[in-house]
Design a protein around this ligand. Structure first.
Ligand code: IPE
Ligand code: IPE
Ligand code: MG
Length: 248
């Protein structure tokens, strides 16, 4: 039986988040420069997006560039930004064909102007697509996002719009850049690293984490299927006991 047919389509995670890691190591293994790894990571992005949409996943969030990644050599940062612009431009047709809506989270205004412009165009062109939403996390860090949310709520409290007594977890969720997007139920990280690296800290409170040694440029549809099958074989207890869940 192939992997895809082992997936229970009625129990799909509505939102999958992916930390795409290992491009540099993939390139090094081949004796190439790191940028070669990033270029080859685009195929994996395409495959995973297509596979998720075909299955019926509603949201796919890809961690493409963290706030901390600015600390990499300028040459690599520039290559990543150029790749971003080129990829969005090239992939718009496919996104339209597959009815995928593009969105982005992160400190987008601080992206290089060309990348920001291309991104906004892509978001605008695809805004009416309703099959799946592809969220790119760009210049994103969860601590930046939470800090911004705190500022926003504190300002509202100061001006009397919000009563601090009435602040709930929902108030915080709504002040995050992911407002309106359901929390990820499954988070995947490739390349064997088992850390979160400042990604969606608030939103993954109850996500199932899946780590695979596969390096991102090698990640294909079957790797996504494996992660979903693993997700479907877990018992999500949300603090309750196993017996309580069985009894419903
Ligand atoms: C992930 O691959 C891509 C980005 C962070 C942009 P890396 O570039 O981190 O690859 P490794 O971890 O060095 O192998
Ligand atoms: C996380 O990968 C960021 C992205 C995938 C965009 P990193 O490679 O930057 O993470 P660390 O530095 O190994 O934690
Ligand atoms: Mg890395």
């Amino acid at each position: 039986m192939d992997l895809k047919s082992k997936i229970d389509l009625k129990k799909l995670p509505k939102h999958i988040a992916v930390i795409m890691d290992g491009n540099g190591r993939w390139a090094k293994q081949k004796g190439k420069i790191r940028i070669f790894g990033h270029q080859n990571g685009v195929k994996a992005v395409r495959e995973v997006t297509e596979a998720a949409a075909e299955l019926g996943v509603n949201y796919l969030t890809l961690y493409a560039f963290s706030t901390e990644n600015w600390g990499r050599p300028a040459e690599e940062v520039n290559a990543l930004m150029t790749l971003l612009v080129g990829t969005i431009r090239k992939e718009i047709k496919t996104l339209m064909k597959n009815k995928i809506r593009l969105q982005a989270i992160g400190n987008l205004k601080e992206l290089p102007p060309k990348a920001y412009k291309e991104l906004l165009e892509g978001i605008e062109k695809t805004k009416d697509n309703d099959r799946m939403t592809l969220v790119l996390a760009l210049n994103y860090s969860a601590r930046w996002e939470i800090t911004e949310a705190v500022k926003q709520i504190a300002t509202a409290a100061k001006s009397g719009v919000v009563d601090p007594e009435n602040i709930t977890a929902n108030t915080i969720s709504q002040a995050l850049t992911t407002n309106g997007i359901p929390d990820p139920e499954l988070m995947i990280r490739t390349s064997g690293e088992t850390r979160i690296s400042n990604f969606l800290l608030w939103q993954i409170a109850y996500a199932e984490l899946y780590f695979t040694p596969v390096l991102w440029p090698d990640f294909r549809k079957d790797n996504l299927y494996e992660a979903i099958i693993s997700f479907q074989n877990r018992e999500r207890r949300f603090g309750k006991t196993s017996d309580q869940l069985v009894k419903g």
